[in-house]
Design a protein around this ligand. Structure first.
Ligand code: NOJ
Length: 570
């Protein structure tokens, strides 16, 4: 089932590493049951997602300000092949095309994000509001609604205005709370009459850890052991403030909901009979999802984070914990600020206990957890290095959310799989398998009593995949980035996902197997279309460059020739 082009040296390396780790225990103990045929509750919402920086392009058009991602990607050596999201899928110019793709899938909802600097170029509302940015999102929202597609809007999918980074240090600074609140308030004012689902932050874990701890993401800071905790602290406060703003100023009139989208891998103990591994796996999930979910549902950080980071901070000679604290007033202000919980989930890890050093100079979010992550070499791994397909982890994570946070209303805001860029293959059987199995585990979770109301496949289109550039494709639709028109082509998974949606689940084995077969049959003709694309680009070059140049030259030559003739006559 692996795509032909997905195997890399890194995979082999991982495999060897993992095989040696695998000798210690029995992988087969996790036999995770069979496929469950059945349907989702009536009204279950099916969707797909995107984000502004990853798809819009038009990075400097129509009055948009710079975001930290514009600046980060323009520095050499930060992104694979030095690629940028400058034009990406040109989504800014393709509202109609993309809504027709959404229609083709018969989606109930579409998740997108608003670019803060497109609306407020410096990030500071009192400086300037960009009306053309507002116009763009108005058009997008209106067009979705005309097509009976519910918009789910993310306010922050990582594209902080660069001015806020330069002036204040971005999320390291508490002043972001007010600036973000003003931006959110502007969005409620301009778009809230039509939006019922707001997501404050997308995956704040990544924004904090990769932006301020490892520096792999914008703004690229490596403030190990403190940066991520500080950034997260301010994001949690900003989230709560925006929820309260909506609650007190807009809810009664607009009748929408405000949630947050948290990402979380599942962590399974390597040895389920070993208490230390069980605790390490619990810690893994608490340091990931619990870091944000526990304050929002219970008012404070998970006890285990406070204990571990506090203890290590003291051992490192600090007088206070590197994990910031909330005052009693802040705790009660933050607690309960979630009308629905967005869950972004892709993969799972096996976890074992591993003591890390806690001497001076060793502070790091990763070392604070005292654990090691392992993967089963047999898990399918078609695209991104980190993304192993482990469907059963999804059901466990959803059940964890149910028991830990009082069975909140959940929307799955991201779930999907990638393939490598060079894979010009529309017959994405691996994605069909991934979606089939993950969606099935979600169905089982709903049968377990988890309150999941909707599912968002990640993503609608292939797009800019952050530090990986365009090298990883998550789309249901293939985007030909070589062609300046960025044409979209359906992968086989479009047909398959469409069937799940129209049946609201999985009717029976025969039908589901038929869907798969038909999807794979139809994709081979689309593959030929794609294969013909270099020809299309070539034809475009002929019509757009060669023909006008030849015409201009001919006119010039004729003029010279005419002048020559006239002169000779005289
Ligand atoms: C989570 C991020 O929110 C999204 O932008 C990204 O494309 C996916 N992870 C896949 O890496």
């Amino acid at each position: 089932m692996l795509p032909r082009c997905a195997f890399s040296v890194c995979h082999v390396f991982m495999l060897v590493l993992c095989l040696s780790a695998a000798e210690d225990f029995d992988w087969t103990k996790n036999d995770h049951g069979s496929f469950y045929y059945g349907t989702f509750p009536a009204g279950f919402s099916w969707g797909a997602g995107s984000s502004a920086y990853q798809t819009e392009g038009a990075w400097d058009k129509d009055g948009k300000g710079l975001s930290i991602w514009d600046v980060f990607t323009h520095k050499k050596g930060r992104i694979q092949q030095n690629e940028t999201g400058d034009s990406s899928c040109e989504g800014y110019y393709k509202i109609k095309d993309d809504v027709s793709l959404i229609n083709e899938l018969k989606l109930n909802h579409y998740r997108f994000s608003i670019s803060w600097p497109r609306l407020i170029p410096t990030g500071i509302k009192s400086d300037h509001i960009n009306e053309r940015g507002i116009q763009y999102y108005n058009d997008l929202i209106d067009h979705l609604l005309e097509n009976k597609i519910t918009p789910i809007v993310t306010l922050y999918h990582w594209d902080l205005p660069q001015v806020l980074q330069e002036k204040y240090g971005g999320w390291q600074n508490i002043s972001m709370v007010n600036h973000f609140n003003e931006f959110a308030n502007l969005c409620f004012e301009k778009f809230g009459n039509r939006i019922k689902y707001w997501i404050t932050f997308n995956n704040p874990w990544s924004a904090a850890v990769e932006g301020y701890e490892t520096g792999e993401h914008a703004p690229g800071l490596k403030l190990r052991g403190t940066g991520a905790y500080r950034a997260a602290h301010h994001m949690i406060k900003a989230h709560a403030k925006v929820w309260h703003t909506y609650d007190t100023q807009w809810r009664a009139k607009q009748k929408g909901m405000v949630g947050i989208s948290l990402s979380g891998d599942w962590g399974e103990p390597v040895d389920i009979s070993n208490q230390k591994d069980i605790e390490a796996a619990e810690r893994y999930v608490q340091f990931y999802l619990g870091w944000f979910a526990t304050p929002i549902f219970h008012g404070d950080y998970p006890q285990v984070m406070k204990d571990f980071i506090g203890r290590k901070s003291i051992q490192q000679g600090l007088s206070t914990s590197r994990l910031p604290t909330f005052s009693p007033q802040e705790k009660s202000y933050i607690k309960g600020t979630c009308d629905f919980l967005g869950i972004g989930h892709f993969t799972t890890r096996y976890i074992t206990q591993k003591n890390s050093p806690s001497t001076r100079g060793t502070s790091s979010y990763f070392l604070d957890r005292d654990l090691a992550e392992l993967v089963d070499p047999r898990w399918p791994d078609p695209g991104s290095e980190w993304l192993y397909a482990v469907p059963w982890g999804f059901r466990r994570l959803l059940n964890f959310v149910k028991t830990q946070y009082g069975n909140p209303m959940i929307y799955v805001t991201e779930n999907g799989v990638s393939e490598k860029m060079l894979c010009t293959e529309l017959c994405d059987e691996w994605r069909i398998q991934y979606l089939k199995d993950y969606i099935n585990e979600m169905l089982k979770a709903i049968k377990d009593g988890v309150n999941v109301k909707g599912y968002t496949a990640w993503s609608l289109l292939d797009k800019f995949e952050w530090d990986e550039g365009f090298s990883e494709r998550f789309g249901l639709y293939y985007v030909d980035f070589r062609n300046k028109n960025k044409p979209r082509y359906p992968k086989a998974s479009v047909q398959f996902y469409k069937r799940i949606i129209s049946s609201n689940g999985f009717p029976n084995q025969r039908e589901v197997e038929n869907w798969r077969r038909k999807a794979v049959e139809t994709c081979s003709s689309s593959n030929q279309l794609l294969a013909a694309d270099p020809l299309t680009s070539h034809m475009e070059m002929v019509t757009e460059i060669v023909v006008p140049t030849v015409c201009t030259l001919s006119i010039l030559l004729s003029a010279i020739f005419l002048m020559f003739l006239l002169r000779r006559r005289n």
